[in-house]
Design a protein around this ligand. Structure first.
Ligand code: COA
Length: 168
């Protein structure tokens, strides 16, 4: 396997990163030498956290995995970013059947844009299969306990966000 083939890009919005994302990265490290978590700057979603905040939270949440995992941001087409990193692999998590159609569409479009790049799917632990960043934000906003599902820094950051919003 070439050096480039062992590096995988894990793209997403990460608003914010959750233990489900962490689980996917940990699994990927069993197969790949290096995981680059790539936070999309261009987004049709309206993220709660700024790009810088998402990057910092991801860095903190992944710090225990050491230098094989890096966090960066990207804009423009994902396939162009993957090529700029001299990588050939994209990583996505597959949780439930409803993810499949969207992921299938993205993987095939990315292949159409660059047939040098392959998409790999990993399933997170079943306890995280129903997690999404939106559901975490909603539960936190309404005062529920999200500590089993996110890194401690994310829990604190969400609590701060929503207490500020409440005060506003
Ligand atoms: N654990 C917990 N949650 C998970 C998860 C896991 N293992 N895997 C996915 N999710 C959640 C995410 O938190 C997110 O939740 P949300 O919708 O509530 O925010 C949702 O599932 C999926 O979102 P995400 O993984 O952030 O992907 P996305 O669909 O927002 O991002 C990009 C898609 C950024 C990868 C894609 O738009 C892209 O590549 N953009 C660049 C431009 C481009 O090239 N476009 C053409 C692509 S064909």
């Amino acid at each position: 396997m070439s050096e480039a083939a062992r590096r995988v890009i894990y793209p997403g919005t990460f608003d914010p990163i959750t233990n489900g994302h962490l689980d996917v990265v940990e699994r990927a490290l069993q197969v790949f030498d290096e995981v680059i978590v790539a936070i999309a700057a261009d987004n049709t979603k309206h993220p709660l956290f700024s790009l810088e905040e998402r990057q910092e939270l991801a860095r903190q949440g992944l710090a225990h995995l050491g230098p094989k995992v890096t966090v960066t941001v990207f804009s423009g087409l994902l396939v162009d970013f993957v090529q700029s990193q001299k990588a050939r692999a994209i990583l996505r998590g597959l949780r439930v059947v409803s993810d499949f159609e969207y992921e299938f569409q993205m993987a095939l479009m990315n292949r159409k844009l660059s047939d040098q790049i392959e998409t790999f799917f990993l399933m997170p632990r079943d306890t995280y299969a129903y997690l999404s960043s939106s559901i975490i934000k909603e539960v936190s906003r309404l005062g529920g306990d999200i500590s089993p599902f996110v890194p401690a820094q994310v829990e604190t950051a969400l609590r701060k966000k929503f207490s500020n919003k409440g005060a506003a």
